[in-house]
Write a protein of this length. Structure first.
Length: 261
């Protein structure tokens, strides 16, 4: 992928019913929110709920193919934009920020739903090489650092920055020590961000920790037991935080499946 973020044109159509995420607007209403990792389960749910709520969504992914699928899924709405970009380095994140500001201006909100398979792979920390553990932190922790450094300055005064985390900071599962480590670090990071972002622009920073697996139409066949959180519930909670952060005192918040409730 080119280092330059690439704006991909969005198909627009003319009519749909109110309240439908596909609804087409002659005038953009609501907030402008950037969703990082928009092609994932959480990112897609957040995008859908924000569109249903009347907000403008700028979806970000490294993959042009995944962005094309997002564009096709919401082809009838006037309120979605797709932007190819990367936050794996300071330089790429800065390029993404500049592209966002050029095309859309300052943002009202950012949702950072980032992570990779490196930390998800079963491993014992005592058996894993330092190089493998560094890759886990690069994908599940440092991407959040890089994204926040680039995009918090792109928020309007009183903007809202929301990160997504798992629930393994509180306990360790067998062979999942790397996840617990990265998620614990992420919790500390967002506490720091919440403190540092308050001045001068009074940006609100929240981290939503999901205690369970996110249930989608794609994984419906595996949804047995009490470990699942409906993706609609996740999307609605994130939208609530973005639109009324004062009602969600943080910076660390949680959404739990029945098993952890």
């Amino acid at each position: 992928m080119s280092a330059a973020a690439t704006l991909i044109a969005v198909n627009r159509a003319s009519s749909a019913k109110d309240g439908d995420p596909q609804a087409s607007d002659a005038v953009v209403a609501g907030k402008t929110v950037c969703v990082l990792g928009a092609s994932g389960a959480v990112g897609n749910a957040v995008t859908r709920e924000l569109l249903t709520g009347g907000h403008r969504v700028v979806t970000i992914s490294r993959s042009a193919e995944k962005l094309a699928k997002i564009r096709a899924a919401y082809a009838r709405t006037h309120r979605i934009e797709v932007l190819q970009g990367d936050v794996s380095s300071d330089e790429l994140a800065a390029t993404l920020r500049d592209s966002i500001l050029e095309h859309f201006g300052k943002l009202d909100g950012v949702v950072s739903s980032l992570g990779g398979p490196e930390a998800d792979a079963p491993m014992r920390v005592l058996d894993a090489s330092t190089a493998i553990l560094k890759k886990a932190f690069d994908s599940n922790f440092f991407t959040h650092v890089t994204a926040a450094r680039a995009l918090i300055p792109a928020l309007n005064a009183r903007g809202v920055y929301v990160g997504i985390n798992g629930g393994l900071a509180d306990f360790v599962l067998p062979d999942r020590g790397a996840l617990s480590m990265t998620q614990s670090a992420l919790r500390s990071l967002y506490r720091v961000l919440a403190q540092e972002a308050q001045l001068p622009d009074q940006v609100s920073v929240r981290l939503l920790e999901l205690y369970g697996l996110v249930a989608t139409d794609q994984n419906r066949s595996r949804q047995n037991g009490d470990m699942w959180i409906p993706d609609e519930q996740v999307g609605k909670r994130v939208m609530g935080i973005l639109t009324d952060p004062a009602s969600f005192a943080g910076p660390i918040l949680s959404l739990k499946s029945k098993r952890f409730s």
